[in-house]
Design a protein around this ligand. Structure first.
Ligand SMILES: Nc1ncnc2c1ncn2[C@@H]1O[C@H](COP(=O)(O)OP(=O)(O)O)[C@@H](O)[C@H]1O
Ligand SMILES: C[C@@](O)(CCOP(=O)(O)OP(=O)(O)O)CC(=O)O
Length: 438
């Protein structure tokens, strides 16, 4: 049996929350060292089967027999009554994409999923390790273990899409090849949207695939226009093939990385904010308050662009005093002041939405926490990532700063996550590194 392994990173949307839903706005998405992994093995078989095992979550297993409908579309059917829409939609899309190329070849595919500790609360878990990797094992099924907000479903879909696509493409499946990444991205976006039952901005799947990026979304119509095979009797694979391979998705995913000497620190505050509800409330506030709401968005976008530009300037600067200025709480340089002011402008306008839209994008407790964080030495700036709410804070600090070890009472409710910014998205991993975890 062939055996290969892949991983994809979690994400933090540092700037661009809400605005990123509109293709006209840019966002700054950081990929994280917390990764989801897939280990795939397959052989040709009489019966088409895909089995996915997520041993860390009480040995969760989903086993699909793949059948064909009247239109010859591949339909995965779970045989033990277990439901995982993200797994099911990924299998559905990858298999139908390759339907024509694969002719009638049937496979018996087995995929193991591994998830780094950053994605879920570690409470009540035990660690298992070998000399390469350590993973947390939970007593509960995946849906019962609290998440930290790094985008577990997007990573799962991306590594599963990689695993299944590698079955079909064999040696041509090279994650260093941009067209391979594009194909995985396109199929993973489709599967993720279908599993979520909505077309989000897709920044999480894009970061899982391409790594840390400036992101501007694709048009939601690309996915909305795919046929719904429950309603229309049609060959789904034909439309999907065009969308996966021959369509220009027209989105931006330009590589970025944090400036030298700086690092990202993420703090988990308290899970509980529901992104979907917050997005609905913010959209309602926007519609009810036009044209002023557009001005608020405009100011947030100005802040986003100023932040992106100042990080770009910092990436190019030769000024060696800047890190000391941050460490000594003596920030004088224009570019550092600009980066700080940009985030302040974004936060100020998010607070307007918070108040007027009655939606906790930057609730008072988070404002107080972030303002305290800004007074610590070594801190360039700090923000609420993504949709905001009570979930998390993101802090950009100097490499020497050890804020995550601080005993200051302002961090009483903050659990710092053991992760860092990473440049790359999907990686090929060594399949043996996941064996004999004890
Ligand atoms: N390690 C994993 N193994 C299997 N399924 C997973 C794993 N991680 C995430 N999932 C799937 O993703 C779902 C969580 O998705 P969602 O609620 O959108 O959270 P997130 O914001 O982290 O993406 C889980 O219920 C499960 O279906
Ligand atoms: C509001 C948003 O722009 C960003 C949400 O970012 P989060 O990082 O909070 O996302 P979840 O992991 O889905 O909870 C919605 C979107 O872009 O789809």
């Amino acid at each position: 049996m062939n055996k290969r392994a892949f991983s994809a990173p979690g994400k933090a949307l540092l700037v661009g929350g809400y605005l990123v839903l509109d293709p006209k706005y840019q966002s700054y998405v950081v990929a994280l060292s917390s990764r989801m992994h897939s280990v795939v093995q397959f052989k040709e078989s009489e019966q088409f089967k895909v089995k996915v095992l997520s041993a860390q979550f009480d040995n969760d297993t989903w086993e699909y027999l793949v059948e064909k409908d009247e239109q010859e579309n591949f339909i995965p059917k779970e045989i033990n009554g277990k439901n995982n829409p993200f797994v099911e939609k990924t299998i559905f899309n990858v298999l139908n994409y390759f339907k024509h190329a694969s002719k009638d070849t049937k496979y018996d595919v087995s995929i193991e999923i591994f998830s780094d500790s950053g994605f879920h609360s570690k409470d009540e878990s035990v660690t298992k390790s070998n000399d390469k990797k350590t993973f947390n094992f939970h007593k509960k099924t995946i849906t019962k273990v609290p998440k930290t907000g790094l985008g577990s479903s997007a990573c799962l879909v991306t590594v599963l899409t990689s695993a299944l696509t590698s079955v079909y493409l064999g040696d041509e499946f090279d994650v260093k090849n941009e067209s391979v990444l594009s194909l995985v991205h396109n199929l993973a976006q489709v599967a993720h949207c279908q599993a979520q039952g909505k077309v989000g901005s897709g920044f999480d799947v894009a970061a899982a695939t391409f790594g840390s990026i400036l992101y501007q979304r694709f048009s939601p119509d690309l996915i909305n226009e795919l046929p719904n095979i429950k309603e229309v009797k049609t060959d789904y694979s034909e439309s999907l093939y065009k969308l996966g391979k021959d369509t220009n998705w027209n989105f931006t995913h330009k590589r970025i990385h944090l400036p030298k000497g700086l690092k990202l620190v993420m703090g988990d505050v308290k899970s509980g904010s529901e992104t979907t509800k917050m997005v609905a409330k913010v959209k309602k506030w926007y519609q009810d308050n036009l044209p002023r709401s557009e001005e608020v968005y405009h100011k947030i976008n100005q802040g986003n662009i100023k932040f992106i530009e100042s990080l770009d300037t910092l990436n190019k600067t030769k000024d060696t005093t800047l890190i000391d200025q941050i460490d000594n709480k003596d920030i004088e340089s224009d570019v550092l002041l600009e980066a700080r002011a940009a985030i302040e402008q974004i936060r100020e306008n998010f607070r307007i939405i918070t108040k007027e839209g009655d939606v906790d994008v930057e609730p008072l407790v988070q404002t107080e926490l972030l303002n305290n964080v800004l007074n610590q030495s070594g801190v360039l700036t700090a923000m609420i990532p993504g949709a905001g709410g009570y979930d998390a804070i993101a802090i950009i600090v100097t490499e020497n700063c050890e804020i995550q070890k601080s005993n200051d009472e302002i961090f009483e409710k903050v659990t710092f996550l053991d992760l860092k910014q990473e440049d790359l998205g999907i990686l090929e991993e060594h399949p043996d590194y996941y064996e004999n975890l004890l």
